[in-house]
Design a binder for this molecule. Structure first.
Ligand SMILES: Cc1ncc(COP(=O)(O)O)c(C=O)c1O
Length: 535
């Protein structure tokens, strides 16, 4: 039974606060109150393991004093200075200098934002304004990938290649083109790597030629696709994209909002391929989620082209002092503690175990990802790669079991599933629809029991990194779900795994915790539900 305070907060939240990815007027019935390391606690004192790193933002975990104190010191000294009309501040300049130490190539010019969508929007605006400034005003169209996610503001939503996210929000702006993403397991062109000759990358050239290079301003993509399934392109992809962008004078923008800041085992994901884009959009991990912040890094060519031009794209909180101070502190930790190396090391450990322990399962089709941005793809039929329908079918029972039991006061159990299954377009959704490849962060609000803690996030294979014998039980359980879902003729999805980059090893050992408690828990919930007449 929840405390009166929790009930009040949950009830107010449910009636007054808009949450994404869940029907309006619903919440999870959980109010987080504090955090430390990889753990969160709710207002009832219940502990959760933060398996989602809060939208893949808290790369360094919760409670890092260096970042908190840097922001506090800055707030004490100077809490805000805008950058309009040439005003500047010490932390903003120092933050730019710090970023310049880690950005690739000549990307040492910056424009600060308050988040990721603002950064991708700013990147496109920068590119378009650049082309106008250098006398090529017709270069305005922007190409992005289907399955990509670049934000939900009116600007970035045009870049995002997930049609279901645009439905109901009015028409798309003209001038935005999409091409199929790199997704070898379900190649949009029906080809096989490597005989495909990188058709997905070469398609950029096809569309540039079809539209006319004089009309194309930029190409933007995530170096590793995030929201659509932690997908990684073949090694030739990014060098080829770089070549095409250079050949046709198209601005190459890497959206590192999710995959940047050590998440994939290098400081920026694009570093894996030693490719230097013209612009990088960044956010999330830039302050490790301690304060809202983002940045756009761009090269000398764009800087020189725009020099002397008064720019009219502005944000009140661009380069705000406290986020800049937090970013400097976070970057110092990334560098000094070799966090990228740790993500690569722990990621390899996890990938190896997925390969050895999950791939033999009949419902695991493939796995993908770099560093600690990893996923497995669950399929209804491994031979045909058929997917489950609805996509989350195999894991929904697990998620249901893990939900907090409804309080007897009538607090509603949330209907997260409804939010996840709203799409019924069928057909080509395997190519373009986010749910078709698993919108794993869509389930970040869910939780499940691991030892004496709850895991917040969608990390279904959490027991794959635990001790001997545990894996068989998990396999049996997942297989049973898959068989059941297959009988019901459903299709499949991908399940994501996210770790705080510096805590992965600790978390792995935690996963080896109290198996019995883990197994008892769902039954206790079901019993309680039955007692409440809800089953
Ligand atoms: C790759 C990518 N770009 C842009 C965004 C949008 O960032 P924000 O939610 O801060 O606007 C996200 C958010 O998840 C993202 O993953």
């Amino acid at each position: 039974m929840a405390s009166k305070r929790t009930e009040e907060l949950v009830a107010y939240d449910r009636e007054h606060i808009l949450h994404a990815q869940i029907p309006l007027g619903e919440n999870l019935g959980i109010i987080y109150d504090r955090a430390e390391g990889v753990r969160l606690w709710d207002t009832e004192g219940k502990m959760y393991i933060d398996a989602s790193s809060q939208m893949v933002s808290c790369n360094l975990g919760h409670g890092r004093r260096e970042i908190i104190e840097a922001a506090q010191r800055q707030l004490d000294k100077l809490q805000h200075v805008g950058q309009y009309y040439g005003h500047s501040s010490t932390p903003m300049v120092e933050c730019a200098m710090k970023l310049a130490e880690i950005t690739p190539g000549d990307l040492d010019h910056f424009w600060f934002t308050s988040g990721g969508g603002e950064a991708t929007d700013a990147a496109v605006r920068l590119s378009r304004r650049y082309w106008t400034a250098v006398g090529k005003p017709t270069k305005q169209k922007v190409v992005s990938l289907y399955m990509s996610y670049h934000g939900t503001g009116n600007g970035p939503m045009n870049l995002t290649g997930i049609p279901a996210m645009q439905a109901g929000y009015g028409p798309q702006a003209p001038g935005y083109l999409h091409i199929p993403a790199y997704y070898c397991y379900r190649c949009p062109f029906g080809l096989e790597y490597p005989s495909c000759d990188m058709r997905c990358a070469r398609h950029l050239e096809t569309i540039i030629e079809a539209e006319g290079p004089e009309n194309i301003a930029a190409f933007i993509a995530e170096p590793e696709l995030g929201a659509s399934g932690f997908l990684v392109p073949p090694d030739e992809y990014w060098p080829l994209i770089r070549e095409i962008c250079t050949k046709y004078d198209v601005t190459m923008i890497a959206d590192e909002v999710m995959c940047g800041f050590c998440r994939t085992g290098t400081m920026f994901c694009i570093d894996h391929w030693h490719v230097v884009p013209d612009i990088i959009a960044m956010s999330k991990g830039i302050t490790s989620g301690y304060l809202p912040f983002g940045a756009v890094a761009f090269n000398d060519k764009i800087w020189d082209g725009l020099k002397g031009v008064p720019l009219m794209h502005q944000y009140t909180f661009s380069g705000a002092p406290a986020p800049c101070a937090a970013a400097i502190a976070a970057i110092d930790i990334y560098v000094n503690e070799k966090v990228a190396d740790n993500a690569a090391k722990v990621g390899k450990h996890v990938s190896d175990r997925i390969e050895n322990e999950f791939m033999p399962m009949p419902c695991v089709g493939t796995h993908s990802g770099l560093g600690l941005m990893l996923a497995i793809e669950i399929v209804a039929d491994k031979g045909t790669r058929a997917m489950f329908e609805p996509p989350l079918a195999p894991i929904m029972p697990l998620l249901d079991e893990a939900r907090p039991a409804p309080a007897s006061d009538g607090l509603q159990p949330h209907r997260h599933r409804a939010a996840l299954h709203h799409d019924d377009r069928g057909g080509r959704r395997d190519l373009r629809h986010p749910q078709a490849v698993g919108r794993r962060h869509r389930t970040t609000g869910t939780s499940r029991r691991v030892g004496d803690a709850e895991v917040q996030g969608p990390c279904v294979p959490h027991r794959g990194t635990s001790q001997e014998g545990d894996h068989e039980q998990t396999q049996e359980r997942v297989d049973r779900r898959c068989r059941r879902a297959r009988r019901a003729g459903r299709r499949g999805r991908t399940v994501g795994v996210r770790w705080h980059l510096d805590d992965g090893l600790e978390r792995q050992s935690r996963h080896g915790g109290d198996q019995d408690a883990d197994h008892r828990r769902p039954h206790a919930i079901l019993r309680r539900r039955r007692a409440l007449g809800q089953d």
